[in-house]
Design a protein. Structure first.
Length: 365
């Protein structure tokens, strides 16, 4: 099926008619408010009293253009300068920064440690400086740093060499990565040490001047994989309580060591089963219809329909942990990009959309 480009729908009536044809409910305003009247131009006040100057946000997207030892390059610095010039008052982590070398998703991903700290601090300082130059103040600017471990998608040493660190054996993703049933899992003791690494990284982030750290739980990386580790044995798998233990241990450690540092979480609130390129390049599920699938956090046993019971419980947990900064995303670019970033044109290693991208937009909203 050919889907219409949004640009081809010239009026609101045409757009609404097309939505009705698709059976999609996606309410929209007849006129967009702009300038000072825009809802996005209004400040946002946090529970601690800090007033973020507007509701525009720079989400974390790593450029993978650091040095081999994880320091920022000139390209990295230029990107962060652009963040400052943008006018957005919430810088959500800038980009994903690994807390240990073997957890990097790319040999040029940034790495936080004592040796690199001064240059990571300079990223933030430069962003703040150019923002002040453009807008006269940075008193309403909130800048954080996203902390991550790439888990199943680690490539710390060579771009062409995966070095996965996994929590459980997945019936499809293991095969995609060429992992045998004997491939070792991260053990509970290493996970506990990794939680300590996150706490140490948070302390360094605070020293570098960042106002908050984001504990990445999205897009198939390690934090996200914990949420689907339903058949993992031990302290970090099985029950919802066990699958959120890693997060709770990190939060407790940060609160004990740097209580003034705010904590954020970016989470894939729902996932689907993995897709592949099928007939005519259109995406299709990699698991046969009718087979039960238990590894999609936020989906039912088909892996194709939402079940938000656990995501709601996760949000309740974040509220109980006094975490107000929560960023909602979905899925993973590695195995179901059409639910993560709905688009007519797929990534180079992806597939054509199996549904109108507007369906994916409505699902996320």
């Amino acid at each position: 099926m050919k889907y219409r480009r949004i640009a081809s729908l010239k009026t609101l009536v045409e757009f609404q008619r097309y939505l009705a044809e698709l059976g999609i409910e996606l309410p929209c305003d007849a006129e967009l408010q702009s300038g000072a009247n825009s809802p996005l131009a209004q400040p946002c006040v946090l529970d601690n009293g800090f007033k973020i100057g507007n509701r525009f946000c720079i989400l974390p997207m790593e450029g993978w253009d650091g040095t081999s030892d994880g320091r920022p390059s000139e390209e990295t610095m230029r990107r962060w300068q652009h963040f400052g010039v943008s006018g957005a008052k919430l810088i959500w982590g800038g980009e994903a920064v690994a807390v240990r070398h073997e957890g990097r998703a790319n040999p040029n991903q940034l790495l936080i440690n004592e040796k690199n700290l001064r240059e990571l601090a300079k990223l933030r300082e430069t962003l703040v400086m150019v923002h002040e130059r453009e807008y006269g103040t940075s008193s309403d600017l909130l800048v954080g740093l996203q902390l991550t471990h790439s888990g199943r998608y680690c490539k710390p040493n060579r771009k062409d060499c995966m070095e996965p660190q996994i929590l459980y054996h997945h019936p499809v993703l293991d095969r995609k990565l060429g992992l045998q049933p004997s491939y070792p899992l991260m053990d509970d003791d290493d996970i506990s040490r990794l939680a300590e690494d996150f706490v140490a990284a948070a302390k360094l982030s605070q020293r570098a001047g960042f106002a908050f750290v984001d504990l990445k739980h999205c897009h198939g990386y390690l934090g996200h994989e914990f949420l689907s580790a339903v058949d993992r044995a031990g302290r970090y798998g099985g029950s919802f309580e066990n699958r959120t233990r890693f997060l709770r241990e990190i939060v407790a450690g940060i609160r004990a060591e740097v209580p003034e540092l705010q904590i954020a979480v970016r989470v894939s609130a729902f996932d689907f089963l993995p897709y592949r390129s099928g007939a005519q390049g259109v995406g299709e599920p990699e698991i046969a219809s009718g087979a039960e699938y238990h590894y999609a956090f936020g989906a039912d046993a088909t892996g194709l329909q939402l079940d938000l019971t656990e995501p709601r419980a996760f949000l309740d947990l974040l509220a109980a942990l006094r975490i107000q900064l929560v960023c909602i995303t979905a899925g993973s670019p590695y195995y179901n990009p059409h639910i993560q970033r709905p688009a007519l044109f797929p990534p180079s290693d992806g597939y054509l959309p199996p549904e109108d991208p507007l369906a994916g937009v409505a699902r996320q909203i």
